[in-house]
Design a protein around this ligand. Structure first.
Ligand code: SF4
Length: 694
């Protein structure tokens, strides 16, 4: 049953799924949501929503919710329900015991998009001020960390340049490694609307995603490249722009660092970067690349939208910088209709990065080695902070296996299902002395936990989320927390149990502290959010209403910097044993690891992960539609059912990772981005063969 009768009140809040950040009126009867109605004043959605968000409440009251804290001495023992006091004091004494035995750096924490900004801020504060190290990381590590790195290097700020509505002023739209109609449906509809109005479309994707051809929308050019060759294709586009005289010389002269531009121009002009020379690598006909480059550079306002198909590669950061290079070279930054627009996957992945949950950055993307910034936080928090960057998530796993990292606090992230090479993650967790999981459900990671603290859904707490266009929106409590406490209260209680006083009475006080300590948030408060509805950061003395478009007169870093983008093939190669490339993605009805959407009505639309395979590859292997197939990689193997489709190209297969029993990440490897360690989910060499039903 989806709609449940008359509501008694409605509460405006923000969808907890994708990075669009739609505003909803949650209609409530008693303590139960009866309907979610998209809010017409929502800055990101203007009254629209998708099927996922429209029905996004069922999981909150699902029978699987765990509402009592639990502990156990080892992961082989059954859980024992305990009071909050006992669970927190046990967690505190375990963490302190580990530090006394193995050192201050032997513990850390992971936050996620399930947390509000305020909760993420508290997790990184707990790690830095109470644990006394920088071992904090977030789910962005495995999705858009290359965006943070690449855009900061080139443009000066670790965030997208535009507001979503900017697409309505675009004449040319290039979508690279993103599938907005499935991953960001409301923005995907807006984008299609603009195409129907006449904007031209270039799709760069190994699959024929819906945007390539759908009723009334067809891409002018589809660059159906081989996974892992993004940098080669971006360099080939740049080669055409440079060698055919399509650079916006005036923009570059006025706005960019000229030595960096000259270096880049010389590099991309080299014959080995031409579309003809790279055709054998990318699989994209040279003439298609040439036409796409000309259209992007000369078609008017040109905007690039990109997703995890860009970032989740061994050269993810290089591609992000290559995309920024293209935008700067053609003058497509700093006004409506243009820009570099990362489509952040999850609801608050932008916010979790903004709030300093990276091991090298304090809130507002300021490096932990910056003593001036550190002193501000030290004065506010009453502690001395570590100046050395801490461990990233993959480093935590390595350190767990070598015995130097022994305890971890994980808020809202199911790392066993979401991170690559499941076997490796499980081995790391097994090696630890104290894993504390704070979540709604006993997820895959909780199987390796010693302490379980019940989490709260977005309906049970106050706070804010920040979407892919830097829009900070209120999350408002719709019902009391099922377990008695919101996530931020649990983190605060853990800090107190560890002897560090935290006494926020309300999340608004946490936001006030964030605003005091973070220049891009100086103007943000709950009162201001009430007044404006939502705010796109930076919001401060210079921009009291917020900033829908960034880099208008100058880049945040001053002059834009072109960065080198040498193509380096991934180490993950096909061979006779693993002749196909597997790439992964998402479907419309499910969100991330599916913990929430699998517990709502969504599964009636899609109830399993499938392997998409081209008819040629299927026929060669004797696979017919719906057959069970075994998929083996260098990391592991799993079994899925096959969907035979010409969406795929020969040699490339695809699946999603929403269902734990599918085990998509059992197959993916430890390869990762050279700069940020974002996993290379998009390129895994595999073999696929028919099997009998498991
Ligand atoms: Fe909007 Fe995304 Fe939620 Fe759908 S899942 S309603 S597009 S925020």
């Amino acid at each position: 049953v989806i709609e449940k009768g008359q509501a008694e009140k409605s509460v405006i809040t923000t969808c907890a799924y994708c990075g669009v950040g739609c505003s909803f009126k949650a209609e409530v009867k008693g303590n139960e949501v009866v309907r979610m109605v998209p809010h017409k004043d929502g800055g990101a959605n203007h009254g629209h929503s998708c099927v996922k968000g429209r029905f996004a409440w069922g999981y909150a009251t699902h029978a699987d919710r765990i509402t009592s804290p639990m502990i156990r001495a080892s992961i082989d023992e059954p859980w024992r329900e305990v009071s909050w006091e006992e669970a927190l004091s046990h967690a505190a004494s375990e963490l302190r015991r580990i530090q006394a035995k193995h050192g201050r750096g032997a513990i850390g924490g992971i936050t996620s998009s399930r947390c509000t900004n305020e909760e993420t801020y508290l997790v990184q504060k707990l790690v830095r001020a109470v644990f006394g190290n920088n071992n904090v990381d977030t789910c962005a590590r495995v999705c858009h960390s290359p965006t943070g790195y690449g855009l900061k290097q080139t443009l000066g700020e670790s965030a997208g340049t535009q507001t979503f509505d900017s697409v309505m002023a675009a004449d040319v739209i290039m979508v690279i490694g993103a599938n907005p109609t499935e991953g960001h449906p409301v923005f995907g509809s807006q984008l299609k609307r603009r195409i129907r109005e006449g904007a031209r479309l270039i799709v760069v994707d190994p699959r024929s995603i819906e945007l390539v051809k759908t009723p009334h929308v067809a891409a002018d050019h589809h660059l159906k490249l081989m996974p892992g060759t993004n940098v080669a294709i971006v360099n080939a586009l740049a080669h055409v722009i440079v060698t055919e005289g399509l650079v916006d010389e005036a923009f570059v002269r006025e706005r960019c660092e000229l030595p960096s531009f000259e270096m880049w121009r010389t590099f991309v002009a080299q014959p080995e970067n031409s579309p003809e020379a790279t055709e054998a690598v990318t699989g994209v006909p040279a003439e298609t690349v040439r036409q796409a480059a000309r259209l992007y550079a000369t078609g008017g306002n040109a905007a690039i939208y990109y997703g995890l198909g860009v970032t989740e590669h061994s050269q993810g950061s290089t591609t992000v910088m290559g995309i920024a290079n293209l935008a700067m070279a053609t003058g497509n930054v700093g006004r409506m209709g243009v820009g570099v627009n990362p489509l952040r996957g999850q609801n608050n992945v932008q916010g979790s990065c903004d709030m300093g949950s990276f091991p090298h950055e304090l809130p507002g993307y300021r490096h932990v080695s910056d003593s001036t910034v550190r002193q501000q936080f030290e004065a506010a928090w009453g502690v001395t902070l570590d100046a050395e960057p801490g461990l990233r998530i993959p480093n935590m796993f390595e350190a767990a296996l070598d015995g130097s990292y022994r305890g971890m606090y994980i808020e809202g992230e199911d790392i066993v299902q979401s991170d690559p090479n499941t076997q490796h993650v499980e081995a790391a967790l097994r090696a630890m002395e104290c894993v504390i999981v704070q979540d709604l459900f006993l997820n895959e990671t909780a199987k390796f936990a010693h302490i379980f603290l019940p989490g709260s859904s977005f309906l049970e707490k106050d706070g804010t989320f920040t979407n892919a266009e830097r829009r900070i929106s209120r999350v408002r409590k719709v019902m009391p927390p099922l377990a008695g406490y919101a996530d931020w209260e649990v983190t605060q209680a853990l800090a107190n149990a560890l002897g560090y006083p935290m006494q926020y009475r309300d999340p608004s006080e946490i936001m006030d502290e964030i605003a005091r300590l973070t220049p891009t948030f100086h103007g943000v408060s709950y009162a201001r959010l009430e007044e404006l509805g939502s705010i796109q950061w930076p919001c401060n003395e210079a921009a009291p209403q917020g900033t829908p478009i960034m880099h208008i007169d100058a880049f945040v870093r001053g002059k834009g910097r072109f960065m080198p983008t040498q193509y380096v093939p991934t180490e993950e190669r096909v061979n006779a044993r693993y002749p196909l490339i597997l790439t992964t993605g998402r479907i419309l009805s499910q969100y991330n690891v599916g913990a929430q959407t699998r517990r709502t009505a969504n599964s009636m639309w899609h109830g399993e992960d499938r392997l998409e395979i081209h008819p040629h590859d299927a026929e060669e292997r004797g696979i017919t539609e719906g057959d069970w197939v075994g998929i083996a990689s260098r990391a592991g193997e799993t079994v899925l059912r096959a969907t035979i489709t010409e969406r795929m190209q020969p040699g490339v297969v695809y699946t999603t990772f929403h269902f734990p029993e599918s085990g998509a990440n059992v197959i993916t490897t430890d390869n990762s981005d050279w700069a940020t360690n974002c996993p290379e989910y998009k390129v895994t060499a595999v073999q696929v063969l028919p099997v009998t039903q498991p």
